[in-house]
Design a binder for this molecule. Structure first.
Ligand code: NAD
Length: 419
């Protein structure tokens, strides 16, 4: 494959996917595409790159970075938001990392993040939320949180099927809903915007499968299906039903449902069994705060997952440290939970931890568990020694405020000491 808008590094090898064995072949010097991102992406992107490179070097490997462009940097260079070359490169090289991209509210283009996730069919957005020692938190016992959220990435109200008020299209949809489908006094008169919320059996089941596989592989206690099926019965309710179907039909050896747990085992899970349960989203948001340790792996739809993981991120110290990654068949695009925080852009002050720890998820996906552990340990030691960026420094006593780049250097030094 040749690219007009990307220079492929001369050194390094491609990560490939062996379809028959269903596994990635990861060389010791992989080429990895990176989008630094908009706003604070300019600060946190290069910082994460340095730290991940140090962890690779410390474990006898090397990363050959390949800069690819999206958002502002693509507009400046190529006068387009998302060049095809960027999407193709992420497809071809299988594993990549990106910083945040700005999405204008209301007018303008649709979200590039959503476009990337949909085009690359990155159907699971995975957000681990655990507390790092030394990070200030607004709750009494932040270490009770050790949750991994699997958020469906390609459906729900995020699918982008919506029509603007005042257009012929919205009028046609309104008439169809009222006249053909019989909802004649449901939508108020006057200007209306209408969106569609598709939730499919296919999309729900593959997401729940991912969550259950992860829970089994990582020896987790439970998977909770989070939905608002009491109100949206045929979309969110169907997600819950399909989720239980997967659990009962495909994992009957490994899984027990919460109902069976109480009916037959008095609430005590038998050794080695994964409990599958469900919670209504609003209840879940309060239980996440009040009964934190009851929740482990979460499987949910796009919008619930977005709200839940930001709220969970706040519980363990805020967006500056909350990592994420998007997974599809044989493909990973790591990205922090936070956005481009334009107010702080280009000031060398934003916290790069979220992007660094997103990179850790990418390293683990590549099978570089030792490098991933080094990254986590070095970040934790740096923060608990009080060397932090402005967002954490203002919340702890006696901390030292570092710039983005100084903090990245401090983490690199720890990696070198720990290796
Ligand atoms: P945001 O996450 O960019 O910022 C919210 C606030 O969180 C900031 O003002 C800042 O105080 C804090 N914050 C976030 N990241 C931080 C960091 N690394 N270090 C220190 N503080 C940090 O959310 P927003 O303001 O709602 O969105 C800004 C833009 O980012 C929007 O265009 C939005 O669409 C986009 N966005 C992109 C992504 C993505 O690329 N995946 C995700 C969320 C939002």
């Amino acid at each position: 494959m040749s690219y007009d808008k990307i220079s492929v590094p001369e050194n390094g090898e491609q990560i490939t996917y062996d379809e028959e064995a269903d596994e990635l072949n990861v060389p010791d010097d992989p080429i990895i595409p990176i989008i630094h991102g908009d706003g604070i992406g300019k600060d946190v992107g290069p910082a994460a790159q340095k730290v991940l490179e140090a962890a690779a070097n410390a474990t006898g490997r090397n990363i050959e970075w390949m800069r690819v462009y999206a958002g502002e940097s693509a507009r400046e260079k190529y006068d387009e938001n998302l060049p095809d070359d960027t999407v193709e490169a992420i497809k071809e090289f299988n594993v990549a990392i990106k910083g945040p991209l700005t999405t204008p509210v209301g007018a303008g283009f649709r979200s590039l993040n959503v476009a990337l996730r949909k085009t690359l069919d990155l159907y699971a957005n995975v957000r681990p939320t655990y507390h790092l020692d030394g990070v200030p938190s607004p709750v009494k016992n932040p270490s009770a949180m050790d949750m991994v959220t699997f958020r469906e990435n390609t459906e729900d109200v995020y699918a982008g099927i919506e029509w603007e008020a005042g257009t012929d299209e919205v009028q046609q949809v309104k008439e169809f809903v009222e006249e053909e489908m019989g909802y004649d006094s449901t939508i108020h008169d006057g200007p209306v915007g209408i969106g569609v919320k598709p939730i499919t059996e296919f999309g729900s089941k593959r997401l729940v499968r991912e969550a259950i596989d992860y829970a089994i592989e990582n020896d987790r206690d439970s998977v909770t299906l989070v939905h608002k099926g009491n109100i949206m019965k045929f979309t969110e309710g169907a997600f819950r039903d399909w989720g239980y179907e997967v659990a009962e039909e495909e994992y009957s050896e490994d899984v027990i449902t919460e109902d069976t747990l109480w009916d037959e085992y008095d609430g005590e899970a038998p050794e080695g069994k994964l409990v599958v349960k469900d919670r209504i989203a609003d209840n879940m948001l309060q239980q996440q705060l009040t009964r934190t340790s009851d929740y482990d792996v979460i499987a949910t739809m796009n919008l619930n997952g977005d709200y839940m993981s930001d709220a969970a991120g706040a519980q363990i110290g805020g967006l500056g440290i909350a990592p994420g990654a998007n997974f599809g068949e044989s493909r990973c695009l790591a990205e922090p939970v936070h956005g481009s925080a334009p107010k702080h852009a280009g000031k060398d002050k934003a916290n790069p931890t979220a992007m660094i720890l997103s990179g850790r998820l990418m390293l683990e996906y590549m099978g570089w568990k030792d490098a991933g552990k080094l990254v986590r340990d070095a970040v934790e030691e740096t923060i608990s020694s009080g060397q932090v960026t402005y967002d954490l420094e203002r919340q702890i006593e006696g901390g030292t405020k570092l710039s983005t780049s100084e903090y990245a250097e401090a983490v690199v030094e720890r990696i070198e000491e720990l290796a």
